[in-house]
Design a binder for this molecule. Structure first.
Ligand code: NAP
Length: 164
């Protein structure tokens, strides 16, 4: 059976996702939803994203960290040394969430069957961007649009796509 590979990401209007190995905004609603969606599941990330997390590893999830450093081990994480190695270590039945960052999203786009996009309705200055999405390949299965975050003044939408 084909493994379930989902990408979860928050993207600005100009596809910006990060700067200086940090996020570009703080949206407590989005972080809460991220926790709800990923808890109890496998999450997969590049080593830079792992290093950017406030709590490492994120609790109550099985973390796979991808690195080129041969034999590197991180306590509490499953290590993967290539994309294929990570896919081999994915859960066979349950949903596996790709949680970033830019380089890892790009490499997993061809394999993902579901996209959880949080679209922040503003352009941001950034050093890391999400790769181009060909929306011809995806159909929207859920949309929750124009959520206002009063702390940041930002408006955002939750969009869920399934590969056609
Ligand atoms: N907006 C969002 O939803 C979101 C989510 C997550 C992250 N981000 C942001 O994204 C930025 C980080 O992204 P990034 O692209 O710089 O880094 P990244 O993708 O998180 O990590 C890159 C590292 O992962 C390892 N790696 C990647 N592909 C590999 C492969 N095929 N084989 C072996 N190792 C591989 C390498 O680690 P080694 O150097 O150890 O070899 C590489 O240096 C940060 O600003 C972060 O805040 C945003």
């Amino acid at each position: 059976m084909k493994k379930q590979i989902s990408i979860i990401v928050a993207i600005a209007q100009n596809y910006a996702i990060g700067k200086d190995n940090d996020l570009l905004w703080h949206l407590s609603g989005d972080l809460k939803r991220f926790k709800e969606l990923t808890t109890g599941h496998t999450i997969v990330m590049g080593k830079r994203t792992f290093e950017s997390l406030p709590v490492r590893p994120l609790p109550n999830r099985r973390s796979i960290v991808i690195t080129d450093v041969a034999d590197e081990q991180i306590a509490g994480c499953v290590m993967a040394y290539s994309i294929d190695d990570a896919i081999n270590k994915f859960d066979a039945i349950d949903e596996n969430f790709i949680i970033g960052g830019g380089s890892v999203y790009k490499q997993f786009m061809p394999y993902a069957n579901k996209l959880y996009l949080t679209l922040v309705h503003k352009d941001f200055d950034a050093d890391t961007f999400y790769p181009e999405i060909n929306f011809e390949e995806w159909h929207a299965v859920e949309k929750q649009e124009n959520i206002y975050d009063d702390k940041s003044g930002l408006t955002y939408s939750y969009l869920i796509y399934q590969r056609k």
